[in-house]
Design a protein around this ligand. Structure first.
Ligand code: CDP
Ligand code: CDP
Length: 211
């Protein structure tokens, strides 16, 4: 079993940015588990299949290849929405969690980010971080990303989307988004990317010393 760093939190909290930095710094493998839900959703959308048939969605989830996941291909807003809808289905979650757990065993270590890594996927991870920020800050970050890419967006729509996604992710019965009891909380609302990385690094280095 490699050394596992579990990173959870709501949309646009900074999980992906932090996970990539940690994986680079420690030479660990990184899995953005949100992409596994997005890839399942995209397969259903591309095939013109309904999003409410759990058995069909489970079949698609079992066919997801971790090696082929690409955020650029899976970034569409409609895919994110569909992903959070199929993410409430226990059979879909079971299929994807199996693949995520297998990934977490890679040597010398792994960083997994998502919503239920510290609570369900890797409950024994030696380092768990719950990365969050206010809904307002997170919506502003998403807005800046879209406008930065030359896109057009209304801040109010993005804020409403962020709130809706939070409610769906925190309110579902199976594996709701919440901090694990032993997670370190990292509120990045007023933290730079570098400051968040340094805070994470101190938790990781302390755990590596004990290991
Ligand atoms: O849009 P954003 O980047 O915040 O989300 P994502 O990480 O790409 O994940 C898309 C959706 O997949 C989330 O809203 C969750 O509903 C679901 N998801 C999950 O249920 N469990 C995970 N470990 C990761 C994502
Ligand atoms: O993976 P997640 O959806 O949690 O967030 P992300 O994609 O890592 O970050 C969303 C945006 O917030 C990115 O554009 C980051 O550059 C930005 N960010 C920030 O401004 N300050 C931080 N401390 C973390 C992220």
């Amino acid at each position: 079993m490699g050394f596992v760093i579990a990173i959870d939190g709501p949309a646009a909290a900074g999980k992906g940015t932090l996970s990539r930095q940690i994986a680079d710094a420690y030479g660990f493998h990184h899995l953005d588990t949100g992409l596994t839900y997005r890839a399942t959703a995209k397969a259903l959308l591309d095939a013109g299949l309904a999003l409410d048939d759990e058995a069909v969605a489970e079949t698609m989830a079992r066919e997801v290849e971790l090696a082929g996941l690409d955020r650029d291909i899976l970034s569409a807003h409609a895919i994110g929405e569909a992903a959070s809808k199929i993410a409430v289905m226990p059979k879909v979650r079971r299929a994807l969690v199996e693949a995520q757990r297998a990934f977490s065993k890679r040597q010398p270590g792994t960083v997994l980010d998502g919503r239920d890594i510290g609570t369900v996927v890797c409950p024994d991870a030696p380092v768990k971080l719950y990365v969050t920020a206010s809904a307002d800050v997170r919506a502003k970050r998403r807005y800046d990303e879209i406008v930065g890419r030359g896109g057009v967006a209304e801040y109010a729509d993005i804020f409403a989307d962020v709130k809706k996604r939070d409610e769906r992710d925190m309110g579902r019965a199976d594996s709701p988004l919440k901090p694990a009891d032993d997670a370190h909380l990292l509120d990045t609302s007023e933290m730079s990317i570098e400051a968040a990385f340094q805070a994470a690094k101190s938790f990781i280095d302390a755990a590596l010393k004990k290991n």
